[in-house]
Design a protein around this ligand. Structure first.
Ligand SMILES: C[S@@+](CC[C@H](N)C(=O)[O-])C[C@H]1O[C@@H](n2cnc3c(N)ncnc32)[C@H](O)[C@@H]1O
Length: 262
């Protein structure tokens, strides 16, 4: 059972948005941002052939499938049935047979303590209503000495603007982007020890970002106009726009963070 009215509303938005987006996650024309740094993330997680892994809020399992070819087994858990079904069909088509897709809530993982040697989650904490619960659950289900990896976009509090507002215009199920220190704090408060972090900027073309989320036309136009005005000298939006080869782009900061469970 979900605890507050706010959680119920957020969960409903997430189910609706990701039912609509499932197809775009596997469209190579639109999912470049999800595939471009995948190898960097998997290398960062240092998977081994004996690892038994969990991908939390796996979506269509892009991370899970990349991990599967380097590990013994991956459980890929998500709350949105359409994301899971799309991912399973993709895994079957690719002949990836050591991934099991399972429906569940990241804040209440249906696994006993210490079930996995590697637990990972990408682009989930900024969506969920209770990131502290998700972080604590990831650490709980990881074996002592195992690795927990969180990958997400992060805020840089020293920069002006409100990226959450822009993200929510694009996708109403967006929650709150956390700072690296906040994510590390959630994981270490859950009892894990910080190992390392890889923080880097990513420049993304605006139009495929909007199309991937299937942002309605009026909201897409508002975002594009605000970024255009910012480039002309208006107040910063938080998306750090720039032109690359005549195309309107914006900037996100991404972080890969690893901790060890005790
Ligand atoms: C931006 S997608 C990321 C998918 C995948 N991790 C990736 O990086 O390709 C966010 C995913 O989080 C899932 N999600 C959101 N809240 C969740 C929750 N409480 N429990 C499980 N999955 C959740 C959504 O259904 C969606 O598939």
């Amino acid at each position: 059972m979900r605890s507050t009215e706010n959680d119920v509303t957020r969960h409903g938005l997430i189910l609706r948005q990701f039912a609509r987006q499932a197809r775009t996650f596997e469209d190579p024309r639109l999912n470049a941002a999800f595939t471009r740094h995948l190898r960097r993330l998997v290398d960062f997680a240092q998977p081994g052939p004996q690892d038994v892994c969990l991908d939390v809020a796996c979506g269509t399992g892009l991370v899970a499938r990349a991990l599967a070819v380097r590990t013994r087994h991956v459980t890929a858990l998500d709350t949105t049935p359409q994301m899971l079904a799309t991912g399973k069909a993709q895994a079957d088509g690719e002949g990836v047979s050591n991934v099991v897709f399972q429906r569940g809530d990241a804040a209440r993982l249906p696994f006993l303590n210490g079930s996995f040697s590697l637990v990972i989650s990408r682009f989930s904490l900024h969506h969920v209503a209770e990131p502290e619960k998700v972080a604590a659950e990831m650490v709980r289900v990881c074996r002592t000495g195992g690795r927990v990896v969180v990958a997400d976009m992060v805020v840089r509090p020293e920069l002006p603007g409100d990226p959450d507002r822009m993200e929510r215009l694009r996708d109403p199920s967006h929650g709150t982007i956390l700072a690296v220190e906040a994510i590390v704090g959630l994981l270490t408060s859950a009892g894990a020890v910080l190992e390392t972090a890889d923080v880097f900027d990513v420049q993304r073309p605006l139009r495929p970002w909007l199309e991937q989320a299937r942002t309605p036309g009026d909201a897409a136009r508002q975002i594009e106009e605000e970024l255009g005005r910012e480039l002309a000298g208006d107040a910063p939006s938080g998306l750090r726009p720039l032109m690359v080869d005549g195309e309107l782009c914006f900037t996100q900061t991404w972080a890969h963070i690893s901790v060890v469970a005790r």
